[in-house]
Design a protein. Structure first.
Length: 547
C-alpha cells in the first residue's frame, strides 16, 4: 500500500469528501491534496538540498495533516510536536532536528528557546517568525524559520491549476523516513523513533482490516494528539480507507458536556483510543449505542485493556466489536490484534493482546537471549517489517534496543521491547514492564526521565518515582525526594506546612520541563533515601511505604 497514492486517488475521484473535521474546521480530500502539494513545493524551494526531518508544531487543526503530507511529498520526514509539550522539551526536540523550517499551523508558537539578545524574547506572547536554537556543531542549532498559519495560507493560495508535483522531487518511499515521534527517555532527554515509509505502509495493509466492519468511507475518532503514535492508527488508517477523521480537541475532551455533544455530532463508526479514555466516557450514562448508533468497532491500544471495561462496553454497545491490540512506538503503533469476546472478558485475566500481524513474529526471551517455550514468561521481542530503524542520531541507544537477523526471507529487524509476557496457543499476553518504563493513561513514561528532571530542581539531591497501582493498573505517580541539606531532628508543624508549599512549587517547576501526564501526583520529602546493599535507591522499600 502506498498511502500518498491512495490519498491522491481519493482527491481525484471523491474531491468533495470530507477528509478531516474538528467540529469547527474541515478539509476535503481535494483541498488536502492540493494544499499539501503547494506547501511541498515551498519546502523544496526554501530547504533545497536539506532533507532533514521537519518539526510540525500544533494540536488538532486540519492544517496539521496538510503539513505532514507536504513534508513527505517533498522527500522529508515530519516530526509532530503537540502544543501541550513544555517549552523546554520542545527546545530539546528542535535542537535535534536540522531542518531550517518549523511548521506551526495550529496555535501560537512563541518559541521553545528564548534568546535574550533578540527582540522576540521581549514579546513571548506573539507568534515568532524565527527562533534561535543553541546547539553543538552539526546539530540542529541556528535560526529556524517559523511558518505560522498566515504564512501557510499564503502558500495555499499561491499557484495556478498546474500539477505542482513537477516542482519537487520524489516523495519519501521505501526505506526513507516517513515520520519521527519522540518518546520519553531514561536520561531525561526525549528520543526520536524513526519510522520509514515501508514500515507505515506495511502497518496500513494490516490496520485497514482490523475489526469486523468494513471501513470504506467510515468516520474515525481521533482522540490522541498527533505526537502520540496511537494517532497513526486512526489518522492514516482513515485516509487509507477514504474516511473522515473526526478530531477531538483537548478542551472538548476535558468537558463532559461538550465531549458527549461532539461524539454525538461526529457519527463515529470506528473508535480509536486508549482504554482510559473509554473508561472516562463510560462514566456518563449517555455514552451508549443511542449516542453513536453507527459505531461498529472499538480499537484499543496504548495500555492494558481491563476486563471490566470490555464488559461495560459490550453492554452499552451490543453491535460493536471490541479489538485489543499491542505494540510499542518502535514497531509502528501495533503488531498484534484480537477481537475480544464476552467469554474472554469473563474468564481470562489479563486479556490477550492477540496474534501477530502478517510480516511479524514474536519471541519470548530470557535475560540471556534464549527463546522460551509457550507458557513461560520473559521479554517480548518483536521481529518483522514494521520495526523501526532506530532512534534519531542516537546509535548508542539504537544498538542496545534493536538488532538485525538473517532469515530465509532475508535480513529482518528486531526490537527488544522490555515488556514482559508469554505466548499461549500462539496468542500473546502482556503482563507489564521489565524495567522502569510504565504506561499511564496510554502514555509511555520513563521513570528515569522524571527523576532526572526532579534532580535538576534547586536543593534536590536524589529523586525516585514510584507508580501507584489500583485494581492492577497504574493510576498515578509518587515522587520521593531527598534534599541536599535535610532537616535535623523532629519536624515542626510550620516545617510540615512549608514542605507542602515546597511540593506545590516543585510541581509548578516541573510543568516547565515535563508534559502534564508525567507530573507526579504526590511529592514526598525524605531525610535520607533508603539504599540497597549495592548503593542503589531501594525501590522495593519505597513501594512498600515502610519508611
Amino acid at each position: 500500500m502506498n498511502i500518498l497514492e491512495r490519498i491522491h486517488n481519493y482527491a481525484r475521484i471523491i474531491p468533495e469528501k470530507t477528509a478531516v473535521w474538528t467540529g469547527k474546521e474541515a478539509l476535503t480530500y481535494g483541498e488536502l491534496d492540493q494544499m499539501s502539494d503547494r506547501l511541498a513545493r515551498e519546502l523544496e524551494t526554501v530547504c533545497g538540498d536539506n532533507r532533514e526531518p521537519v518539526a510540525v508544531y500544533g494540536h488538532k487543526h486540519p492544517y496539521m495533516l496538510v503539513s505532514f503530507l507536504a513534508c513527505v511529498k517533498s522527500g522529508r520526514a515530519y516530526c509532530p510536536i503537540d502544543c501541550s509539550v513544555p517549552e523546554g522539551r520542545v527546545g530539546e526536540i528542535l535542537a535535534s532536528l536540522k531542518s531550517p523550517v518549523v511548521l506551526a499551523p495550529d496555535g501560537n508558537f512563541t518559541g521553545a528557546v528564548k534568546d535574550e539578545d533578540t527582540e522576540e524574547a521581549e514579546a513571548p506572547a506573539r507568534q515568532k517568525d524565527s527562533v534561535w536554537i543553541p546547539g553543538q556543531a552539526g546539530a540542529g542549532q541556528g535560526k529556524k524559520q517559523i511558518w505560522g498559519r498566515e504564512r501557510l495560507e499564503e502558500i495555499f493560495r499561491s499557484g495556478g491549476e498546474q500539477d505542482v508535483r513537477e516542482n519537487y522531487p520524489r516523495p519519501v518511499s521505501g526505506s526513507d523516513l516517513f515520520y519521527i515521534i519522540f518518546t520519553s527517555g531514561s536520561s531525561g532527554t526525549p528520543k526520536g523513533v524513526e519510522i520509514t515509509a515501508d514500515c507505515l505502509n506495511h502497518f496500513l495493509e494490516w490496520s485497514v482490516s482490523l475489526g469486523a466492519s468494513s471501513k470504506g468511507g467510515a468516520v474515525f475518532l481521533n482522540q490522541a494528539p498527533f505526537s502520540f503514535d496511537l494517532s497513526v492508527m486512526d489518522l492514516y488508517t482513515c485516509l487509507a480507507c477514504g474516511g473522515t477523521l473526526w478530531c477531538l480537541e483537548k478542551g472538548v475532551q476535558e468537558d463532559y458536556g461538550s465531549l458527549m455533544d461532539s461524539l454525538q455530532a461526529s457519527g463515529t463508526q470506528v473508535w480509536v483510543s486508549t482504554p482510559s479514555f473509554a473508561e472516562m466516557c463510560l462514566a456518563d450514562p449517555r455514552f451508549d449505542q443511542r449516542l453513536l448508533p453507527g459505531l461498529e468497532t472499538f480499537l484499543f491500544c496504548g495500555e492494558t485493556l481491563p476486563n471490566r471495561t470490555v464488559l461495560r462496553l459490550m453492554d452499552r454497545f451490543p453491535r460493536a466489536a471490541v479489538v485489543n491490540t499491542y505494540g510499542p512506538t518502535e514497531s509502528t503503533v501495533a503488531v498484534t490484534e484480537v477481537s475480544v469476546t464476552r467469554e474472554m472478558a469473563e474468564e481470562k485475566t489479563p486479556l490477550p493482546v492477540g496474534r501477530p500481524k502478517p510480516g511479524t513474529w514474536l519471541e519470548i526471551q530470557d535475560p540471556e537471549g534464549n527463546i522460551l517455550p509457550e507458557g513461560e514468561q520473559g521479554e517480548i521481542v518483536i521481529l518483522g517489517n514494521t520495526v523501526s530503524t532506530g532512534y534519531l542520531s542516537r546509535p548508542d541507544l539504537t544498538d542496545k534496543a534493536f538488532f538485525s537477523r538473517e532469515t530465509e526471507k532475508g535480513e529482518v529487524r528486531g526490537y527488544h521491547t522490555r515488556d514482559a509476557g508469554f505466548l499461549r496457543d500462539g496468542m500473546l499476553y502482556c503482563t507489564g514492564r521489565m524495567d522502569l518504563q510504565v504506561k499511564l493513561h496510554g502514555y509511555r513514561i520513563e521513570l528515569g526521565d522524571i527523576e532526572n528532571n526532579l534532580q535538576k530542581l534547586p536543593g534536590i539531591s536524589h529523586a525516585v518515582v514510584i507508580p501507584n497501582r489500583r485494581n492492577g493498573r497504574i493510576s498515578s505517580l509518587t515522587a520521593y525526594v531527598s534534599r541536599e541539606n535535610p532537616a535535623d531532628g523532629a519536624v515542626s508543624e510550620r516545617q510540615r506546612e512549608e514542605t507542602i508549599l515546597e511540593a506545590g512549587r516543585m510541581r509548578r517547576q516541573l510543568e516547565e520541563l515535563l508534559p502534564a501526564y508525567m507530573i507526579p501526583k504526590k511529592i514526598i520529602f525524605l531525610d535520607h533515601m533508603p539504599l540497597t546493599s549495592n548503593g542503589k535507591a531501594d525501590r522495593n522499600a519505597l513501594e512498600g511505604e515502610k519508611l
